[in-house]
Design a protein around this ligand. Sequence first.
Ligand code: FAD
Ligand code: FES
Length: 258
Amino acid sequence: MKVERICKIVHKTQMGGAVFMVLEAGDLVRASYRNPGQFVHIRCGDALLLRRPISVASCQEDWPNDLVTIVFEVRGAGTAWLAERKLGETLDVLGLLGNGFPMRREGRYLLVGGGIGVPPLWGCAQYTSGRSTAILGFRSKEKAILLDLFREDCAKTLIATDDGSLGYHGFVDALVRQKLEQDNGYDAVLACGPKPMLKSVAKAAKEFGVPCKVSMEERMGCGVGACLVCACDMKDGSRKHVCKDGPVFDAEEVDWDA
Ligand SMILES: Cc1cc2nc3c(=O)[nH]c(=O)nc-3n(C[C@H](O)[C@H](O)[C@H](O)COP(=O)(O)OP(=O)(O)OC[C@H]3O[C@@H](n4cnc5c(N)ncnc54)[C@H](O)[C@@H]3O)c2cc1C
Ligand code: FES
């Protein structure tokens, strides 16, 4: 069922080069929430035909308006238009779309995010009420986002930066290996970020026998399974829709060499 709502921007701040935005969303969450890690598809002005997909960083049911938080970086015309919207303005939002991460509230997960892939994992951290551990990677200290919120909602939050300006100097998969060496009792590793990062995190999780779910990013057209723009290659030779079948897949399903 397609759920489209006009959402009002009620909070907007800049952080680490990204925009943090809270939307009053009518009954959007009540009507379409499945799991943490879903996304919204936002119309970005009249000039752009295609909506732009942005992950739900956090959401909550409320009355009369549910709240949806998104965090995004400006990449091109659509996200630039979005970043220019002011408090009180409205957005045409389709959502909540996709499957999200399969999670148990009483579970304990290793949440691994890279760059602008970090936001949806905050919702996963909130979902498990402080039991999960986060490993977050950024290019540099200046690019780091949401750290205080993860620290509040996780048992432990570890940071890695490519240039060593904050936390561990290197990539997140090294920290994933260190953590799983100490403790491989997590329900699963849940990861979101660039594809090379997801591939190496999936490899590390497999080495330690821990299930791994990854949130894949592909360019999107319709966002609801009606075109084929978002196709992602699977190991068995099939192609799945990131918008409808994903964006979260079992890491074992994905053809990492495609
Ligand atoms: C399921 C999903 C969740 C996402 N969540 C977030 C999020 O929480 N925060 C966020 O900042 N971004 C997120 N993205 C990426 C975001 O959708 C793109 O940055 C945005 O669509 C770019 O639109 P634009 O008009 O600004 O740029 P365009 O002019 O369309 O493109 C600018 C550049 O971005 C690249 N690009 C466009 N779409 C994507 C994409 N889907 N993946 C990777 N690169 C892309 C293009 O190749 C181009 O180089 C998500 C994407 C998907 C598929
Ligand atoms: S974006 Fe059209 S099928 Fe996924």
